[in-house]
Ligand binder design. Structure first.
Ligand code: GLU
Length: 503
């Protein structure tokens, strides 16, 4: 690859960022970093009617949370600033005018009303190489009339003149050679009446001006590709056109079709990266972040949706992804989203995360509970319980009894099989604990077993009561490990407390 690699993520800020969008960011980022290239974030906000308060900030926050920091963006600046299309408005018109001059575009004066009438009278009306003849545009009107109309201040748009029956082809890095017949594509508006470019014009002009070398985007943009290829041809003679890669869709877990927010609502899982508050409906949609996903797990899960490195490896750090990612190994077919698998990734990352960053996050969840406890104590607790946690929030339930004796003890679960023998056993064990100075797990366990058999009891029957005494319920890791960590005083106090309740 000779050309400097420059890729872009070019979202229109119209709502929460779907996980497919974040995967597009990720693939862009990985490709850029792998080739010592640059990753550009460009905000495509030329459609003022779709402006949504907060949507742009949401994109910055999401990228920040994921740690996918752009090299150039509206926030970071760069040599090709500005990176927001609304701030580049004046730049696009000259390209639209050049297309008109060269005969590849034309002025159209049809009013909204006139277009509406056509749509009502002609089923599936499209403004195209057939219908344009019957409309009010500079292809039909003579030159003088066109000039007069332009001068009169009548609103107009500039439309692309799609050629008739031309074979448009390009090479997609994922899909190989792709053909389109130009007759199937309508005459897209390039410049709107308010002087703003449409997405089609702006995306091509900006990819050119920003020297984008590779354009990765979701498969839903494939139908727009012929328009963009032709614009590249007409405006820049195809010189320096980026290489295209249309990424496969992320599909519903059940059935076919693209995974949507509605599927998430229906099946009870997030689809957006972060919580999204929609100012129009006043509704908040839960995100992966707030649901308790670690950004590392979220990215790991995303990279595996449509890609693998050809081995059995499933867990990748961002650095490993940068090293191993290859666009050639991205599948053509859509990837089914699997929420259980997403949770599996989160658990795997909780197991993998270094203890210091886990420590901070767990303390965050536990709040004041950990005050007064040393980090080495907290870390011991984390290491013993992390295997039981899918989300960081699970640490609350799984660890709170290490910091505070349980308030509710499930005595009812002990009672049915409780008898004097067992009572006696625990009293003896208590005596021994009081005088014992070796608090290692194995000694605690050994004596427990010895005393059980001396009392003619199976130690297995005594384990559940012991667990409930220390933990409050029927859960948690190995009970002697718990006793070992909470220490002598707490172990003794908790046993005594429950023996009293049982008496
Ligand atoms: N603005 C488009 C979007 O919202 C960008 C598509 C592209 O990358 O060309 O996704």
């Amino acid at each position: 690859m000779n050309k400097k690699v420059r890729v872009r993520f070019a979202p229109s800020p119209t709502g929460g960022l779907h996980l497919g969008g974040v995967r597009t960011v990720l693939f862009n980022y990985l490709f850029a970093k792998q080739h010592n290239g640059e990753f550009v974030l460009r905000i495509e906000d030329t459609d003022q009617t779709r402006f949504v308060e907060g949507a742009e900030q949401y994109i910055y926050d999401t990228l920040d949370w994921c740690g996918l920091v752009p090299d150039e963006s509206p926030l970071h600046g760069g040599n090709f600033a500005p990176y927001k299309q609304s701030q580049r408005k004046d730049l696009y018109k000259q390209y639209a005018l050049k297309l008109v001059e060269d005969g590849f575009a034309y002025y159209a004066f049809d009013t909204a009303n006139e277009l509406e009438l056509k749509r009502n009278s002609i089923p599936n009306f499209q403004y195209n190489h057939i219908t344009r003849e019957g409309m009010k545009n500079s292809l039909v009107l003579d030159e003088t009339t066109t000039k007069e109309l332009l001068k009169s201040g009548l609103p107009y748009v500039i439309r692309m003149k799609m050629p008739h029956n031309e074979d448009i082809r390009f090479n997609d890095m994922i899909r190989g050679e792709i053909h389109f017949n130009s007759s199937l594509v309508d005459d897209k508006v390039l410049l709107k009446a308010d002087g703003m470019p449409t997405y089609h014009l702006a995306v091509v002009v900006d990819d050119y001006l920003m020297q984008i070398s590779h354009a990765f985007r979701g498969e839903e943009w494939l139908p727009s590709a012929p328009v963009h290829i032709l614009l590249w041809k007409y405006l820049f003679g195809l010189n320096n056109m980026p290489q295209w890669a249309h990424l496969p869709l992320i599909l519903k877990p059940d059935g076919n079709g693209k995974l949507s927010k509605r599927d998430g609502d229906r099946l009870g899982f997030p689809v957006f990266a972060k919580d999204w508050y929609d100012p129009k409906t006043n509704e908040t949609t839960v995100g992966f972040k707030e649901r308790g996903f670690l950004p590392q797990a979220f990215l790991n899960m995303l990279v595996m949706l449509g890609w693998n490195d050809g081995t059995e490896q499933e867990i990748f750090t961002l650095q490993e992804m940068v090293e191993k990612f290859s666009i050639e190994r991205v599948h053509k077919g859509g990837a089914k989203f699997d929420y259980e698998k997403a949770k599996w990734f989160n658990h795997a990352w909780i197991m993998k995360l270094d203890i210091n960053s886990l420590n901070l996050q767990v303390k965050n969840v536990l709040g004041s509970l950990t005050v007064g406890y040393s980090d080495s104590y907290i870390n011991q607790v984390i290491n013993l319980t992390k295997d039981r946690c899918t989300f960081i929030a699970d640490f609350e339930q799984q660890t709170s009894y290490f910091f505070k004796a349980p308030i509710n003890v499930d005595v009812a679960a002990i009672k049915p099989k409780w008898d004097n023998n067992k009572q006696h056993f625990f009293e003896e064990y208590l005596n021994w604990l009081n005088t014992n100075f070796d608090w290692s797990t194995s000694i605690l366990e050994q004596e427990f077993k010895n005393l059980a058999s001396a009392n003619g009891l199976k130690h297995g029957e005594l384990m559940l009561p012991f667990r409930i005494m220390l933990v409050g319920g029927k859960f948690g890791p190995a009970v002697f490990d718990i006793a070992n960590i909470i220490g002598k005083e707490q172990t003794i106090t908790r046993i005594k407390h429950v023996l009293n309740l049982l008496a």
